[in-house]
Design a binder for this molecule. Structure first.
Ligand SMILES: [Fe+2]
Ligand SMILES: [Fe+2]
Length: 181
């Protein structure tokens, strides 16, 4: 298996989640109301899976390894663009969380912002996936030897192995801070 395979499998899961979000948005727009717990779950997916698990492997392992290579101007530009996309999606999720907080506290107007953020993700993210799957991943493969690619794959598995512990340590910390408030 090539190192990029697990990243592409993660893309498929993210696409399925975006389909669910898109369907949800259609009904939410009609009803002009949303269950804040749906948003919480979408946010958990976006933050823990799409951002930490997936972008984490891209940025902290693959892109980091590519920084040690002599990338063409075009590939370097594309990598910068992908990182900017990650920042954009992170910021969009932050706005979504804030809007959901306001909505939960009774600000029904915040539904507009929630819908905008969810739609932004559904519109924007498939284009990001396409850039990686069709262009950047195949191009970046040329900078690595077979051994380097396999070492990167091993790093991906190790990264994933640690994440479940990271996730639940964060849940614990959050609960502890709420109890001590
Ligand atoms: Fe990415
Ligand atoms: Fe990706």
């Amino acid at each position: 298996m090539q190192a990029r395979a697990p990243l592409m499998m993660e893309h498929r899961l993210i696409e399925k989640m975006l389909n669910v979000i898109q369907k949800k948005v259609e009904s939410v727009e009609k009803a002009q109301s949303i269950d804040p717990y749906f948003v919480d779950t979408a946010v958990d997916f976006l933050r823990v899976y799409a951002d930490r698990t997936h972008h984490g492997k891209e940025e902290e392992i693959m892109f980091r390894a590519l920084r040690g290579k002599h990338l063409s101007d075009e590939d370097r530009q594309m990598m910068d663009e992908l990182i900017t996309d990650h920042i954009f999606s992170r910021n969009n999720t932050k706005v979504l969380v804030e809007a959901n907080d306001r909505y939960r506290k009774g600000d029904s107007q915040a539904i507009g912002q929630i819908i905008t953020c969810l739609k932004t993700m559904v519109d924007f993210y498939p284009k990001h996936i396409q850039k990686e799957d069709a262009l950047f991943f195949p191009a970046s493969r040329n900078y690595f030897s077979e051994e380097e690619d396999q070492a990167m794959l091993a790093e991906f598995w190790e990264f994933d192995r640690r994440l479940i512990h990271e996730k639940y340590n964060a849940v614990l910390k959050d609960f502890e801070s709420r109890i001590s408030r």
